[in-house]
Design a protein around this ligand. Structure first.
Ligand code: NAP
Length: 457
């Protein structure tokens, strides 16, 4: 490989690292994205300069097909379906890695594949295969094409583990005997099957953790591809992708007080839905007019968005209500729980889309001490992330999950459509507390009503 190509790859790798660093904060995220895009462009240019390329026609055909699929997805899939979009991207990325692995194996004469190259190739196909079908299953569940709740059956964990062990044994065998063609293709088939079986028992709301794990596998598959075809930029980019996905999965699990094994093998939604139920008092319904008076004369109001804000697409309506309150001299802050919504950064992305300034967004650790001095906490379609049972009841299925202490505010107003439960499927004692009022209705229309009523207050 020539020096110009290596230098292009080096520049691309540096830009990927800068991109990743930029993505770690909302204010630098756009710049980070631009760095990463330039990096990807350089990596492609470097690859196209490669003397091994025999036909540019196929590359152009692939470029056109890929652009059409990518463009189509970005046009037709709405922001609320971002998890589905991410699942599809992972499936395509991993499919590319698997196909490269399979074609490299097919292309090489049996004697040419040494231990190192065979290990890289097999790993690429193994991780790639699991990611392709696992991500597609995640997409199908999130899209509600099949039941989103965990699909379980007797002996599921044992049969899945046996299948995984068999696949890994074949993988190890192939390292020592790359000539076993049938076994190679069997391993590829088993990896595709395992992806489906791995995701079947996982509830739709756990899918973001699974997807960031899939992201991690896809990255590691790409890194293995880099080793298999001796491409440095693929090794670096794949490793960055693989480990950042893994760290993200761990952070999400920690914020939910769950372990990764519990997410993968616990069939969470199925278990807990049956665990906690039963009324614990009376919920007090309030009217938009009453809430508007409280808001209009408050010193500080904290908005607490959750999954319901995303489904109602209420982010612009929140911003408009906030503008009206700020114009009246009310201090407005937004409390962002790390796992509010259905994917990391879900609330940040939606509020940024509505031009809510980053300086008004506060993390759980920053804002919790402020609730006792807050006049009104407005919970917008959030449930689990404000459930005081996680803090106060050690027997709760979500015990230990850090929550936003909205119940400590002088007054709490919860905007939700009815008595629906959150992702954990459990009752929320917050709704029965004397300082809590329920404003029923779709979050967006409730916020629009509130904005009108505050103006008249
Ligand atoms: P949540 O607990 O899922 O509760 C959402 C609430 O929104 C529901 O109680 C629902 O009640 C209400 N709602 C739904 N549509 C609405 C609409 N159009 N208007 C008004 N309200 C609406 O949400 P959360 O508090 O954000 O908690 C997130 C949960 O997801 C956590 O348990 C977390 O562990 C889990 N999770 C998050 C991530 C992540 O990365 N963010 C990943 C995996 C899992 P009604 O039906 O009565 O309206």
């Amino acid at each position: 490989m020539g020096l110009p190509i290596e230098l292009t790859y080096l520049a691309a790798s540096i830009l990927f690292i800068l991109g990743l660093k930029g993505l770690s904060h909302p204010e630098t995220a756009r710049r980070g994205m631009i760095f990463a895009e330039i990096g990807m462009f350089l990596a492609i240019v470097g690859t196209l300069l490669h003397h091994e390329i025999i036909s540019y026609e196929w590359i152009i055909a692939g470029l056109i097909i890929g652009s059409l699929i990518g463009g189509g997805i970005s046009i037709w899939v709405p922001m609320t379906a971002m998890p589905q979009r991410t699942a599809l991207s992972h499936a395509f990325g991993a499919l590319a890695a698997s196909l490269v692995g399979i074609s490299e194996y097919y292309r090489h004469g049996v004697g040419e594949l040494g231990t190192f190259k065979m290990t890289a190739l097999s790993l690429e196909v193994l991780l790639g295969g699991i990611t392709v079908t696992g991500s597609l299953m995640a997409f199908i569940k999130l899209q509600d094409w099949i039941r989103g709740t965990p699909i379980t059956y007797r002996g599921q964990n044992i049969s899945n583990m046996s299948l995984l062990v068999l696949t890994v044994v074949i993988f190890l065998y192939l390292i020592f005997d790359p000539t076993a063609h049938t076994l190679f293709y069997t391993m590829a088939g088993l990896a595709f099957l395992f992806g489906v079986l791995l995701v079947l028992p996982i509830g739709a709301a756990d899918m973001p953790v699974v997807m960031s794990l899939m992201n991690s596998y896809a990255g590691l598959a790409a890194a293995a591809t880099g080793f298999a075809i001796s491409n440095n930029v693929l090794i670096i980019a794949g490793t960055l992708d693989g480990f950042s996905g893994f760290i993200l999965s761990i952070l999400m699990c920690r914020a939910m007080n769950r372990s990764i094994t519990n997410v993968l093998f616990g069939a969470f939604g199925a278990e807990t839905a049956a665990l906690a139920d039963g009324t614990i008092g009376v919920m007090r319904e309030v009217s938009a007019e009453d809430v508007a008076v409280q808001l209009a004369y408050a010193g500080q109001v904290i908005f607490v968005p959750g999954y319901g804000m995303a489904t109602a697409q209420a982010q612009h309506a929140v911003r408009e209500l906030a503008n009206i309150l700020v114009a009246r001299g009310v201090t407005v802050k937004y409390a962002i729980h790390p796992v509010a919504g259905r994917m990391p950064g879900h609330m940040n992305v939606l509020l940024a889309e509505a031009n809510v300034p980053y300086s008004s967004l506060y993390d759980l650790e920053q804002i919790n001490s402020e609730f006792p001095a807050t006049d009104v906490a407005v919970v917008i379609g959030a449930n689990d992330v404000v459930n005081p049972d996680a803090r106060d009841n050690p027997k709760s299925p979500i015990a230990g999950m850090p929550i936003l202490d909205v119940d400590k505010a002088r007054s709490v107003v919860v905007l939700k459509r009815g008595k629906g439960k959150g992702f954990a499927g459990i009752e929320n004692p917050l709704f029965f507390k004397p300082n809590c009022g329920m404003l029923y209705g779709d979050a967006k229309s409730s916020l629009i009503k509130l904005a009108g009523a505050v103006q008249n207050a």
